[in-house]
Design a protein around this ligand. Sequence first.
Ligand code: G3I
Length: 374
Amino acid sequence: MKKIFISLSIVAFVFAGCSTQTAKDEVLTLKDALGRHNILAGVAVNVDEVAGRTPKAQDVITANFSSIVAENCMKQEKIVPEQNKYFFDDADQFVDFGEKNGMKIIGHCLVWHSQAAPWFFTDDKGEEVSRDTLISRMKNHIVTLMTRYKGRIYGWDVVNEAIEDDGAFRESPYYKIIGPDYIEIALKTAQEADPDAELYLNDYSMSKPGKRDKYVELVKSLKAKGCRIDAIGMQSHNGDDYPDLAEYEKSMDAFAACGVKVMMTELDLNLLPKPEDFGGGANVGDDFKYRQELDPYKEGLDEKAQKLFDERYLAFFKIYEKHKEQISRITLWGVSDKTSWLNNWPVEGRTSYPLLFDREYNPKPVLQKIVELF
Ligand code: G3I
């Protein structure tokens, strides 16, 4: 059937219930286009969006995406800030929202060194806990969250950012206190807690050869030990000159060859100037001082930057199209430029343009080209 591509203003019109018969039949959005290849179109959502405090965002989410992931509300420091004191309100609302809109809901994330609850690795006296205690706390955390949302969450980022760029294990408290087998323990616990949920390992800078090789080795050895891993998440916090596209593709092929699906789990594109010594990646702890020359597009991207943005996004989606058999989900890390974490990382207070919807929640022209690709 012949499809006509229309702009989101018409989509919004349709969703506001003001469509004409013709427009209603011919809307093709990102979720339709990717869905034709069994790829979920995902987006990370924040609590304001879920609660409806930014209504335009909700229209964009429900019209364009088939999957949501919690940007922050399921992280340990948010969901269990004090021992045995869970705060589920935001996560409950997030899951309700996804269900109400028929979306595949992704839980992010169960085991992560960053944004850990302050009490998690120490005892009452402030001393580091023992291996047994940390194993028990980690298991308890996984079981508590997965049981609460059993049957409702489609897949979980079980272990996040476990490996350094050079392929070494990250020396996180989990690694240092438990040892490298914390990943196996986490996966097996998750598998038991909700056997129907997909289980993922998720990390940034996945195009780096050392990291790629380590994940390949890890997936193979974990599978040999009886762990189930459904997919590897390549976060894909991309820039104008990173990752190297050939290396990026190599990683997709390498992961797929291990018998797991590949997902782009946190896609965005940062074109702002890089501070000296910035090595790419997505290490939340990076923090560079604001300087005006690092923030050149306060009033909008100039023509050259806009062109680069469009070309680079298309280059990534051309790769995704080429590898579509390997991919199960492509998730944008945020709805609109207005709320992207990249306005505040790795330099606070900049104006960034990394996503597919602008600050007014309008689709960027490149979105239509992406849809056409699929
Ligand atoms: O909610 C508080 C608010 O009450 C307080 O007033 C404000 C003042 O700083 O902070 C708010 O929390 C912030 C939170 O985002 C919500 O906006 C935290 O400080 C801030 O650290 C947090 O940043 C998040 C970051 O992870 C750390 O958790 C980003 O939004 C989120 O996009 C980012 O996401 C990570 C993925 O989870 C893992 N991969 C890398 C990715 C990007 O860093």
